[in-house]
Design a protein around this ligand. Structure first.
Ligand code: ADE
Length: 441
């Protein structure tokens, strides 16, 4: 079996269907089935349990056996399983329910959403606020024009990451709920962050207060730590990708350029060039192999920008920005707090080997009064709570986007002039506009 497709595997006890005796068996979750084998070495499964729509899982209390749960396939078919600890049972139940959820999301299409507003535009396409027709849940829909993505490989890469991203669950990361594609586009249905971009706050206020910066940075650190644990390098950390949720806490978005499986590439290093110039680590610019420490460099740039208002290596021309990142001496204004200054200097270390790592960052004096568990549990109150009048309020997004034309037609003119009606089949639009009734994203 291809190890890459294994979501979880291990020993569980299974209750026999007829004799009702418990036997240890080796269980494996792959794309959409839970298979069980006589032992780890078993070649052929003794049974296959589909993890598709309608399957439910529950904790079961048994007098003689601990940590039991059941997977119910239909009224007549239920599998009883037991783990070796509470923690194990929780992990198995989470993995199984995550897989069921993922398989249910396969059938989602554009028809399931009502388009509300345009809230952003990136290099690859735009972001819209949408409402799920049935659940009425509000999401952000990211539309990626396949033509804008550099290569076919990148499209496959983005889609292959879907499975990983759907399993990423963290308080400070935007969750990917569904994704689907048409001939021309990729669609990602993500958590909607109503507070908008941190970029806008820095723009409006010039610089951010130190304590507010400390909490933002602490939340970003936990988000990056979680991604790194899943072998994902974020690489694209910049204020535009740092969003604020309803309570003013951080939500990192845009995993379009993340790279998974970094340990499989070049002995733990990976080699792709991407990202925004001001935030790029020197080793990426120099086309050297790199690892997750590039995110700690970008964090140093972000911390500087929050406290100073502009990034440390800044110039109109990208080429000159690269030069500055590689060579220029870091200058930190006198008014920056001493501990923050020291942390910035140690994050913006051009040598990735001596750059601070996650443990050193969390122990740095800048965070001396920070309890990381409290950060994770959102027990620190952000000083800025976004003003949101209703769940569909888009006042925290630029009018440049929110006033953009949204039409009630199902017609879409593609970038190359072809009409892509199928893509928008059944897609309803909320706002009426004057004009042609066409949309170009
Ligand atoms: N979720 C993902 N991307 C988003 C964005 N740009 N704005 C709001 N919520 C989002």
């Amino acid at each position: 079996m291809n190890n890459k497709n294994i979501i979880k595997q291990g020993l569980l006890s299974k209750r026999g269907v007829f004799l009702k005796t418990w036997k240890k068996m080796w269980f494996v979750i792959t794309g959409n089935v839970l298979s069980f084998y006589k032992s780890k070495k078993g070649k052929f499964p003794k049974g296959l349990v589909p993890l598709t729509q309608g399957v439910t899982i529950k904790v079961v209390k048994k007098r003689r056996r601990k940590w039991v749960f059941c997977v119910q396939i239909s009224k007549k078919k239920t599998y009883y399983l037991s783990a070796s600890s509470e923690k194990e049972r929780k992990e198995w139940m989470q993995a199984i329910s995550g897989t069921i959820e993922m398989n249910q999301t396969d059938k989602v299409t554009l028809k399931d959403f009502q388009l509300l507003s345009v809230i952003g535009r990136g290099t690859y396409g735009k972001v819209m606020q949408v409402k799920h027709n049935e659940t009425k849940e509000i999401y952000a829909m990211k539309i990626l024009q396949k033509g804008m993505l550099a290569k076919e490989k990148q499209i496959k890469h983005t889609m292959s990451e879907r499975n990983v991203l759907m399993r990423v669950k963290h308080p400070f990361l935007v969750k990917l709920h569904y994704s689907f594609q048409t001939l021309e586009k990729l669609y990602m249905i993500l958590d909607y962050a109503p507070g908008g971009e941190l970029f806008r706050r820095i723009n409006d206020e010039g610089k951010l207060p130190i304590d507010c910066t400390r909490l933002y940075v602490a939340e970003i650190i936990l988000a990056l730590e979680h991604l790194h644990k899943m072998d994902i390098i974020y690489r694209d950390l910049k204020p535009e990708n740092v969003l604020l949720d309803q309570g003013g806490h951080i939500k990192l978005t845009d995993f379009g350029l993340v790279k998974t499986d970094l340990h499989k590439k070049c002995g733990g290093k990976t080699r792709t060039f991407c990202g925004t110039p001001e935030y790029l680590a020197p080793e990426i610019i120099l086309d050297k192999p790199y690892d997750e420490t590039v995110d700690w460099w970008s964090l140093g740039i972000l911390l500087y920008e929050m406290l100073v208002g502009v990034p440390p290596f800044y110039c109109e021309l990208a080429e000159e920005v690269y030069e500055l990142i590689i060579k220029s001496k870091l200058k930190i204004p006198f008014y920056v707090d001493d501990e923050a200054k020291d942390l910035i200097e140690q994050l913006l270390d051009r040598n990735p080997k001596t750059r601070l790592n996650i443990e050193e960052i969390k122990k740095h004096d800048f965070f001396i009064n920070i309890d990381w568990e409290k950060v994770y549990n959102k027990e620190y109150e952000p000083d800025y709570i976004p003003k949101i009048e209703s769940e569909t309020d888009v006042c925290n997004f630029d009018e440049e986007f929110t006033e953009e034309v949204v039409v009630d037609s199902l017609v879409k003119v593609s970038a190359i002039g072809k009409v892509d009606e199928k893509a928008f089949d059944g897609f309803t639009f909320m706002k009426k506009v004057d004009g042609l009734g066409m949309m170009n994203d």
